[in-house]
Design a protein around this ligand. Structure first.
Ligand code: ATP
Ligand code: MG
Length: 360
């Protein structure tokens, strides 16, 4: 006899929705991503569950209907996390370290912000930014100014001279059970995630702290599903950069590198299926495909698991990713070198970096 499985609707039909659907299928879960532009009524049932692949959406017939459903998981969390002010206030309240910050008030000037935070200050839009968009650096002595119309719409953050960027992805179910993946090491180029590596033995000493930071947030919000926390490592300290109340790009490696991927965890938690500890396999590397045409040569690389999102290729747009998970580091490096030769100049430093991290 088949158990009663919930039907899951996802607000948003981008690549994250598609990968949630892909993960739901072997579980026997009917998961339906919904385009946020869809202006039609959906056949929602009272027992259905609603989740989201994004923090914000326009109001349409379909999105209003989904957002108003009583089983919309984490309904109150999206607004809170989508505004950097309330997100930072939450972290402050929980005594979790972040970059020193403030809302840019009408009276603030570049000079007042430099006086408060020092030579370099990063302005970030309160909401709607991604892949480094909607951000602006103020650099003292370069006659920088707060752009017109940005007052009250941005926060100012002190520049953090971090050693590297890492992230922790975890899952929590309605009963409060949590599981975490090992810290991932992330490299951004031009503000966009380019490569993720996990797990790394040298980050193990920070694992407990990262789990406790993310756990505090998830418990405080009574969160259900997968959440990601982006962190700066400064020496032996971790500072939170930002939270993502959803599956996250820096967790894509788990599709190859863990017995349960972040997408499957999110489906399991939202549909209230049992969780289990995910078993981590080998060395994993995820390379984002950014503004680049599909190259069939990738399919010929040993170990490559290619995800092509089927989106129109545009500059600085994520159009796919490639995962590798291999026990033999030398073989992995060999595949990365072959991959490197198929990629543009823009990628060369990122791939050199990944190889040097693996050989470290
Ligand atoms: P995402 O694509 O993850 O949604 P985002 O556009 O929302 O990114 P952030 O993650 O806040 O923005 O910032 C993008 C990148 O800018 C970070 O990954 C980091 O490299 C850099 N950055 C952000 N805040 C700071 C800071 N306070 N000091 C130094 N660098 C920073
Ligand atoms: Mg970020």
């Amino acid at each position: 006899m088949k158990p009663e499985l919930k039907r899951v609707w996802v607000l948003g039909a981008g690549q994250l929705g598609a990968m949630l659907k892909h993960a739901a299928q072997p579980l026997g879960i009917d998961l339906r991503p919904v385009d946020i532009e869809l202006d039609a009524n959906l056949p929602l049932e009272p027992d259905d569950v609603i989740t989201a692949e994004r923090e914000q959406w326009p109001s349409t017939k379909a999105t209003d209907q989904l957002a108003a459903h009583p089983n919309f998981v984490n309904q109150d969390v999206f607004g809170l996390v989508a505004d950097r002010v309330s997100q930072k206030q939450l972290l402050d309240r929980l005594n979790l370290a972040t970059a020193p910050w403030q809302l840019v008030e009408h009276a603030d000037t570049a000079a007042s912000l430099h006086a408060q935070y020092g030579e370099r200050v990063l302005l970030k839009q309160r909401s709607g930014g991604f892949d480094g968009r909607g951000q602006h650096w103020l650099v003292e002595n370069q006659s920088s100014a707060i752009p017109d119309g940005w007052h009250h719409k941005v926060i100012a953050e002190q520049a953090i001279a971090f050693d590297e960027e890492v992230s922790v992805v975890g899952v929590r179910n309605a009963a409060g059970e949590c599981h975490y993946y090992p810290l991932a090491l992330n490299r951004h180029q031009d503000g966009i995630l380019t490569v993720t590596l996990a797990p790394l033995a040298r980050l193990q000493n920070l694992q407990n702290e990262a789990e406790s930071m993310l756990g505090k947030v998830m418990h405080e919000l009574e969160y259900v599903g997968v959440m990601a926390m982006e962190l700066f490592r400064v020496g032996e300290r971790l500072l939170i950069n930002e939270l993502a109340p959803r599956v996250h790009n820096s967790g894509h490696w788990t599709q190859a590198g863990a017995s349960i991927s972040q997408f499957e965890y999110h489906v399991r938690a939202t549909a209230d299926l049992p969780l289990a500890p995910a078993i981590i396999k080998h060395n994993s590397v995820m390379i984002n495909l950014i503004g680049i045409d599909y190259n069939l040569a990738w399919l010929a690389l040993p170990g490559a698991e290619v995800f092509w999102y089927g989106k129109e290729v545009r500059a600085v747009r994520k159009v796919g990713h490639i995962n590798f998970c291999m026990a033999d580091k030398a073989q992995l490096v060999n595949s990365l070198r072959q991959l490197q030769s198929t990629l543009t100049d823009w990628y060369q430093p990122a791939l050199d970096w990944a190889i040097s991290e693996l050989e470290r």
